[in-house]
Design a protein around this ligand. Structure first.
Ligand code: DC
Length: 218
């Protein structure tokens, strides 16, 4: 039997991890697992059911009512409802960062992610893939870019959708979220010792995709 290959991409928010991971998955015929979407789904479930995100016990109790499914066409199902778009709001982004602090949430999702990762050649993106979820991944990438570059990219996306954007506010939100993700007690965002650092500040999406495929083939 051929060995299954796993690629872990970690890094701060808005570094382009999911765009890049999706493209690598498509080119290399890998299964893409968006772990951030799973934390977002937990937050969305709590918000929808009026569960206080700061109440760790209440969030923990809700886990047994949550089923998350990621499909091959990159849709996210929460208890059989397609929530792919609803989990992308600013409110849910903040909520995901909040619920991701809780041990019970992480244990539940890491377990699911490991099971999914056994199904074939996989590429996962998140904050703790190379450090916790798949410490033996075949290739680990730590993808980052300056906070200004990330804010500029996020603003460009928003403007393209017809949404007004203040770059300083977007950059501040990104810096705040990085701080929370890097300083939480459990599984904080950090570069794994054996991860390859890719700073995409001065790279195009295609260049990053090529670089990762090159590293994979090495
Ligand atoms: O990658 P994203 O922006 O969709 O992630 C949303 C939040 O979920 C992020 O602020 C931190 C959390 N997260 C995490 O703690 N661990 C992961 N593997 C993925 C996301």
């Amino acid at each position: 039997m051929k060995k299954k290959i796993s690629i872990a991409i970690d890094g701060p928010s808005a570094a382009g991890k999911s765009t890049i991971a999706k493209m690598v998955a498509k080119k290399e015929n890998f299964i893409y697992i968006d772990t951030g979407a799973m934390y977002r789904s937990v937050a969305f479930y709590c918000i929808k059911n009026h569960i206080d995100l700061n109440d760790e016990q209440a969030v923990e109790q809700s886990i047994s009512n949550i089923q998350i499914r990621l499909t091959a066409d990159n849709k996210v199902y929460l208890n059989d409802e397609d929530v792919s778009l609803q989990i992308r709001t600013d409110e849910v982004s903040l909520g995901a960062s909040c619920v991701s602090k809780y041990q019970a949430v992480r244990t539940f999702l890491v377990d699911e992610q490991r099971k999914m990762a056994e199904t074939g050649n996989v590429i996962l993106d998140g904050r703790d893939i190379g450090t916790v979820v798949l410490p033996h991944a075949d290739l680990k990438i730590y993808l980052t870019a300056s906070s200004r570059t990330r804010a500029e990219r996020r603003c460009k996306e928003l403007v393209e959708k017809g949404v007004n954007c203040d770059i300083d506010t977007v950059e501040k939100d990104i810096i705040d979220r990085d701080y929370r993700d890097m300083h939480r007690e459990i599984s904080p965002l950090t570069q794994a010792e054996d991860a390859v650092l890719v700073d995409s500040s001065n790279m195009s999406i295609d260049e990053v995709v090529k670089e990762i495929i090159k590293l994979k083939n090495e």
